[in-house]
Write a protein that binds this ligand. Structure first.
Ligand SMILES: NC(=O)c1ccc[n+]([C@@H]2O[C@H](COP(=O)([O-])OP(=O)(O)OC[C@H]3O[C@@H](n4cnc5c(N)ncnc54)[C@H](OP(=O)(O)O)[C@@H]3O)[C@@H](O)[C@H]2O)c1
Length: 263
């Protein structure tokens, strides 16, 4: 079991939801935190709480994941301060629910920049640092939507399928360098994600029986890091559903069309 204490952990999307909760639980475990997202004020609040409640070492580095140059600069600056990143948690991301034929393709471009390209580029730059030290752990927050697609989430699902494929390939490539790679695949989690995903709030109500808290997801995520899990799929019911979908896709499509068309 790997200890988190004293490890340098970089969390993207640390200003809210799962990323914010990761900061608190990792601070409690004694991690040294780098907190990134766009909203500086929110990040400062998260950092201050990590310091006040857990006496944690935490720094804020504002970063827009659509800006590849800014990612470059962030990595150079942070490596000059910390020399090695032990754990990178690629968590920044967002989604929308909308019928694809009515979906603005510019929004799709933006989503792929954040959810996929930014994540890939940061993994590449930090991965090179980890390779130098022959150790490290990259954790990608994908989604159950990256294992089973649902109607009215074509673009979000596609972005998360991309993260899943990338993560699976990266795990094999980096194994000889002693770099671990883990995918976190939650179902719906009650966070600000849904303010943008479905402003009507109907979807969250409709799937309330499987909605998770960020505290629960983060607890399982940290356990997956400590025990070097390949991936985790939450909750169990959706994990089983995704396995059934792989074995019987036509039946799976029928079920999903009925159950998830409530968006
Ligand atoms: N909630 C769910 O149901 C659910 C389920 C499965 C997977 N996930 C995944 O979990 C991750 C975290 O989501 P969440 O539920 O915690 O949602 P959230 O509360 O909305 O948090 C999203 C985070 O991503 C950051 N972000 C968004 N766009 C960014 C950009 N251009 N550059 C940098 N940071 C950006 C946001 O920070 P700023 O706005 O300050 O930049 C925020 O910190 C996402 O990847 C999401 O796809 C969520």
């Amino acid at each position: 079991m790997t200890s988190i204490k004293g490890k340098v952990v970089w969390i993207t999307g640390a200003s809210s939801g799962i990323g914010e909760e990761l900061a608190y639980q990792l601070a409690q475990k004694g991690a040294i935190l780098i907190l990134s997202a766009r909203r500086m004020e929110k990040l400062n609040q998260v950092r201050d709480r990590c310091r006040a409640e857990h006496n944690a070492q935490a720094v804020v580095y504002p970063l827009d994941m659509t800006d590849l140059e800014a990612i470059d600069e962030a990595v150079s600056y942070l490596l000059s301060k910390f020399s090695h990143i032990d754990i990178l948690i690629n968590n920044a991301g967002f989604g929308h629910t909308q019928s694809f034929l009515d979906y603005d393709i510019k929004k799709a471009e933006n989503m792929f920049q954040v959810n996929v390209l930014g994540l890939m580029y940061l993994s590449q730059l930090v991965g090179k640092n980890m390779r130098q030290f022959e150790k490290g752990h990259i954790v990608n927050v994908a989604s159950v939507a990256g294992k089973v697609a649902t109607p009215k989430s074509a673009v979000y699902s596609a972005s998360k399928f991309a993260v899943t494929g990338f993560t699976n390939a990266l795990r094999m490539e980096l194994k000889p360098h002693n770099i671990k790679v883990t995918a976190i695949n939650p179902g719906p989690v009650d966070t600000a994600f849904f303010d943008e995903f479905d402003p009507s709030g109907e979807y969250l109500d409709n799937v309330s029986s499987v909605v998770l808290t960020s505290e629960y997801v983060v607890n399982k995520t940290i356990r997956a890091i400590e025990t070097n899990k390949r991936e985790i799929n939450l909750p169990k019911r959706l994990a089983v559903g995704s396995k059934i979908h792989t074995i019987a896709p036509a039946f799976g499509d029928f079920f999903i069309r009925t159950a998830f068309n409530k968006k």
